[in-house]
Ligand binder design. Structure first.
Ligand SMILES: *Cc1c(COP(=O)(O)O)cnc(C)c1O
Length: 387
């Protein structure tokens, strides 16, 4: 992906072009400290995404001044126009990343450049200006250092970081937003599965489609997520399934699970070799997960089984299960890292993954390897210290 480029101002003088391209400048950050810090939620009571720290970061953009006014201020409500483009046309996108405390008390980010690259991609898809990756990472680092005491130090715990960009122009025309607010909030989180791994039952939805070739499934835009909630509620209620497997096309190609990428470990029927399979990023309907990419990189570096980005259909999975070639299934994303799957409901039949309520050896090994890098147990270039 060609990202991090500067946007071209659509017409106008050179002065406007310069302003339009003004970068995020972390040295200009103004810090307004909270005068009444909140009481911290006990770690065991943390619920994903419900607790926020004392401060937030906001940075403004408009088409005259470019990026300006980076401010770290007490966490609080935003005031935006009821005509703001974010509220009418979904000119909103976001990122999900984490900061970890290592055993020496250092704060670490995991591949933050990948999140910035994806944020740029999502923003450009919504005709928003680009961001300079290094500038935003440094502003986020300033925020993390200020709210450092909120970063949990316990194994499995971390600080979820939510960068968000919204269109704030008060204008009802369907046009590029002339004003943008970029903000970052922090939420301390515990392990996704408190009592160890809990493999999930999935529902392969043959009716609702999350994303399609040429669509925006490859961008983290808010509009992709709201419409998934009602089908998920239905899958939970009617089939007792925790997540939906999103399919595409008459042959039911497997795209993603919930808001995670999905990977299958199978024995290939043609060459009898084990292969880790996930959907390719070639046609715009798969979110390019940082966890997905890291898993593929790690598995390829191990060289112990084939690693293929190819389309897998539900028919192929049904056949593999019948022939004893279905080995492991897992979801992958920042929140859970690895989410093992125990079964998939498809056309009223339950396809059982042989690992059942246990975690498969490959899923376990990938999870361990990723966590060791994220928490700095194993030094790796993906883990970036920020203090
Ligand atoms: C965020 C997200 C993922 C996972 O991406 P990570 O970078 O690994 O967290 C996968 N699929 C969807 C639809 C997502 O929104």
């Amino acid at each position: 992906m060609m990202l991090g480029r500067l946007s071209r101002f659509p017409g106008g003088s050179r002065r406007l072009q310069r302003a339009y391209n003004a970068l995020i400048d972390p040295k200009a950050t103004k810090v307004i400290k909270s005068t009444n810090p909140k009481a911290k939620t006990p770690l065991e009571d943390l619920i994903f995404g419900r607790t926020f720290t004392d401060h937030m970061l906001t940075i403004d953009w408009d088409n005259k001044n470019g990026w300006h006014n980076p401010v770290i201020s007490p966490y609080g409500d935003l005031a935006i126009s009821p005509a703001a483009t974010a509220l009418h046309y979904g000119i909103e996108c976001f990122e999900g990343m984490k900061a970890y405390k290592d055993s020496k008390g250092k704060i670490r980010l995991f591949r933050p450049d990948c999140n910035m690259e994806r944020m740029n991609f999502s923003m450009q898809r919504l005709a928003m200006p680009s961001i300079n990756s290094d500038g935003l990472i440094e502003c986020i680092s300033q925020l993390l250092r200020l709210d450092e005491s909120w970063i949990p130090e316990k194994e499995g715990y971390s600080m979820y970081i939510r960068p968000t960009a919204i269109g704030t122009s008060p204008f009802l025309g369907v046009h590029a937003s002339e004003m943008i607010k970029l903000y970052v909030i922090l939420s301390p989180v515990g392990p996704y599965y408190k009592a160890g791994f809990k493999p999930v039952k999935l529902y392969a939805d043959t009716e609702n489609v999350r994303a399609w070739p040429g669509g925006v499934g490859n961008a983290k835009v808010g509009g992709n997520y709201g419409p998934t909630i009602a089908p998920s509620q239905k899958a939970a209620k009617l089939h007792d399934c925790q997540q939906i497997v999103w399919l595409f096309g008459p042959d039911h190609q497997i795209t993603e699970v919930g808001a995670m990428n999905i990977l299958f470990l199978l024995k290939n029927k043609d060459n009898n070799r084990n292969e880790l399979v996930t959907a390719p990023l070639t046609r715009g309907d798969i979110l390019p997960g940082v966890t997905r990419r890291s898993i593929l990189d790690l598995a390829r570096s191990w060289g112990e089984f084939d690693v293929n980005e190819r389309w897998l259909t539900m028919g192929e999975v049904v056949q593999a299960e019948k022939e004893g070639r279905l080995l492991e299934v897992m979801g992958a994303g920042t929140a859970a890292v690895i989410s093992p799957v125990k079964s998939i409901m498809y056309n009223n039949k339950e396809i059982k993954v042989p690992t059942g309520d246990n975690v498969g050896p490959v899923a376990m090994r990938l999870w361990r390897a990723l966590c060791d890098i994220q928490y700095g147990v194993m030094e790796h270039k993906w883990s970036v210290k920020i203090n």
